[in-house]
Design a protein around this ligand. Sequence first.
Ligand code: AMP
Length: 388
Amino acid sequence: MKILVLNSGSSSLKFQLFDMPQAKVLVKGLAERIGEKTSRFLANDYEINQPVSSHKEALHLLMDYLLNRGRQIIKDTSEIVGVGHRVVHGGNTFVQTTLITEEVKNKIRELFSLAPLHNPANLIGIETGEEIFGNAKQIAVFDTAFHQSIPIENHKYAIPVDFYNKGVRKYGFHGISHQYVSREANKIIGRTDTKLITLHLGNGASATAVRNGKSFDTSMGFGPMNGLIMGTRSGDIDQSVIFYLMDKLNYKSAEIQNILNKQSGMKALAGSNDLRDIETASGNGDKQAQLALDMYAGTIKKYIGNYTAQMNGMDALVFTAGIGENSQKIRELVCKDMNYLGIEIDDTKNKNPEAYHGDISGKNSKVQILVIPTNEELEIAKQTFELM
Ligand code: AMP
């Protein structure tokens, strides 16, 4: 059964075509800078540099690629029976993967105010998918859905209840990734009644406590800015700072949004949001870069302590996403001096986790330390297949 996964951003469209249930990837690619002169379309090893004016045109290019007789990937569009769409915000409405109907699209539209950068782009992807793959079932997989299991004591803010009734609460993000790696971790451990802490460390970053396969708490909240220090986002910050910037330093709300979203985090601390640059600078003796790495790892440690206390223990600590999967240094700093919690990393294994099936735990570590590459597209394909 062929399932197409679409991850639609405001000016990009990432796609993967899977043959399920074998989970064989037939095509993987993206269209980026859609609408700009420098746009490009890439599918497997095929690249075109002609301008791509819209998401619709990108999907037409994909169709041409798939139907090309020489390639023989599909003979007819009807072979694609399901299209799985990543949707960032499902609010309180969507607690699981959902078949898309007019009503579902209206609800996604109602949630625009909660995810103004993402949900409108996701809806464009859905509507284009419907137009081009009219015979296929369109299915929405929400980034927030996994976190809907977070109990009220962990998702409610201590502010007047009227706001809670209006939807002001912790939602959490990166749910598709946390769900994928926690399932994979449970497979490695060999049971599902586990206590895990999953660390999604990419440009955006979040930590999640996963108890018995369900999200129990997570570091992002109402929006995706708080929690861990990220590439350009501040992570946790005292609310008073915002009022000070506004009332005393005369910054406008939109300017503060921009500062906390795009000018903060590692970029503010070390001048770059690319961890590779920061590691190199730190290696060359740059003190700011070293401080940034220590603060980055330190914030993660605080969340590990918090979640271990909340769950009264931890079976495994999981690193994933660009930094989690690739940065030996960050894994080392996070796990350093954590033997009180039973976390002991093996330095040799940490250099090359793949050679050890991702298990980098030291001999005496009570906690299994795992590096598991995330695969959000595969998770979307699996959930789309399961629903169908
Ligand atoms: P993602 O958003 O998951 O693509 O992750 C992006 C982040 O991963 C960026 O900060 C990159 O600098 C970081 N990253 C990617 N590869 C490496 C690497 N080999 N070492 C350290 N950081 C890396």
